[in-house]
Write a protein that binds this ligand. Structure first.
Ligand code: SAM
Ligand code: SF4
Ligand code: SF4
Length: 381
């Protein structure tokens, strides 16, 4: 009898704070950067500022699970803005150059502009500003864009799963009109939060009919469009491989209507395979805008993954698919020094060997393995 192969999802790490055994110097390379067990540097920090959301996208927070009985984190469990900034500063000391605020819906966190201002004031050890960005569903963006910009936010990514109002309303599952998100994007452009990225998760049977209209709509607008494969993150979305539209098929569809030229990757850790539209003479014309394909399921990019995630309640996750996080909030609230915090982060990153997507892609037929998973809305995308 054929036995099912199981991906080892539970990390063999201690449950509580991972206390360091070495000084951070031990973990750093010649350039002063901390690297993990696969020599991946720590470059990108995603901070989830709330586990709440005003949408109920079926691939992320399905209504049936995130209903009136769902218990969100109490306010006292959330990291305060001061705690977030203090932890983020330690990550920056260890090599982080890009911080992305996410959630849940980050614009629901009261006073988010204050946090943006605090993070915008951080500097690298060389005195450089950070790349500070935020991912939002755009529902509150037209009201908040200018304040975010004024606080020091540099760029923004808006999630938008279709242009057709009926399709969009069914994707967000709270009957939210697409026109308001489009107004939010316009407000972000006007506030100078560009270059703006728009992310569309493609779920087969739901919104693949929106791929070509989205490409047409954003062509020539300066907005970069990203098509994302529907991922088996969390355990509430009932993910099935047959609902994933592989990026190769998205690309074939796009090429049936547009001439696209591939763009060489610009930096290590790049998740998207990027293309630019062709101009009138068939040449690559970057001014017509960019399209990216993020093949989280069909083409693993773990080898370059330099992303750490800080959950709403202050746990450090080393992989989107990790089942345990390292409790930095406990350290903070026990009065740990900056040095102790930095050591905890460095030690955790040094021990990192996560490469879930690569392991998944080694299965004969990709499927969602069982096991406890954290939700995207808690850890941030
Ligand atoms: N609420 C904000 C938003 O939607 O932009 C930020 C948080 S959301 C978790 C971050 C990103 O994760 C969004 O672009 C969303 O589309 C994406 N996402 C959520 N669940 C996903 C899944 N199962 N597969 C692929 N992308 C997913
Ligand atoms: Fe909310 Fe974003 Fe998840 Fe949609 S993807 S439910 S907008 S957190
Ligand atoms: Fe990074 Fe984990 Fe995703 Fe691989 S599966 S790219 S290690 S977050």
């Amino acid at each position: 009898m054929k036995t099912a192969r199981v991906i080892p999802l539970v990390q063999q790490r201690p449950a509580g704070p991972l206390l360091p055994e070495h000084s951070p110097g031990t973990f750093a390379d010649a350039a002063g950067l901390v690297r993990d067990q696969m020599a991946r540097p720590l470059r990108d920090l995603r901070i989830s500022v709330t586990d709440r959301c005003n949408f109920r996208c079926s691939y992320c927070m399905p209504k049936e699970v995130f209903d009136q009985h769902h218990r969100y984190l109490p306010q006292s469990d959330l990291l305060s803005f001061e705690e977030i900034t203090r932890v983020a500063a330690r990550f920056v000391e260890l090599g982080v150059r890009k911080i992305r605020l996410t959630g849940g819906e980050p614009l629901l966190r009261r006073g988010i502009e204050t946090l943006v201002a605090q993070l915008a004031a951080l500097r690298t050890p060389q005195g450089e500003v950070l790349d500070l960005t935020l991912t939002t569903n755009g529902a509150l963006l037209s009201r908040k864009a200018q304040a975010l910009r004024d606080a020091g936010l540099q760029r923004i990514t808006v999630s938008l799963d279709g242009l057709d109002d009926a399709v969009f309303r069914s994707m967000n599952d709270v009957d939210f009109p697409v026109a308001e998100v489009l107004q939010g994007i316009d407000a972000a452009v006007a506030a100078g939060l560009g270059p703006i990225k728009v992310n569309m998760v493609v779920k087969k049977g739901c919104n693949e009919g929106q791929i070509l209209p989205m490409a047409q709509h954003f062509k020539g607008t300066g907005v970069a469009l990203r098509f994302i494969e529907y991922m088996d993150v969390g355990s509430t979305n009932g993910w099935r491989m047959d609902e994933v539209l592989p990026s190769s098929e998205v690309l074939a569809l796009l090429r049936s209507a547009h001439v696209l030229h591939p763009v060489a990757g610009t930096h290590s850790g790049e998740t998207a395979e990027r293309f630019v539209h062709a101009g009138a003479l068939g040449q690559a014309d970057a001014t017509l805008g960019e399209i990216g394909l993020i093949s989280s399921v069909t083409r693993a990019f773990c080898a370059d993954c330099n992303r750490a995630r800080l959950s709403t309640d202050g746990r450090l996750f080393l992989c989107l698919f990790a089942s345990q996080g390292i409790d930095l909030r406990a350290l903070l609230r026990q009065g740990a020094s900056n040095e102790a915090l930095r050591q905890a982060v460095a030690s955790a990153w040094y021990g990192r060997d996560d490469r879930y997507s690569e392991l998944r892609s080694q299965l004969p037929t990709a499927h969602a393995p069982s096991g406890q998973r954290i939700e995207m809305s808690y850890i941030g995308g």
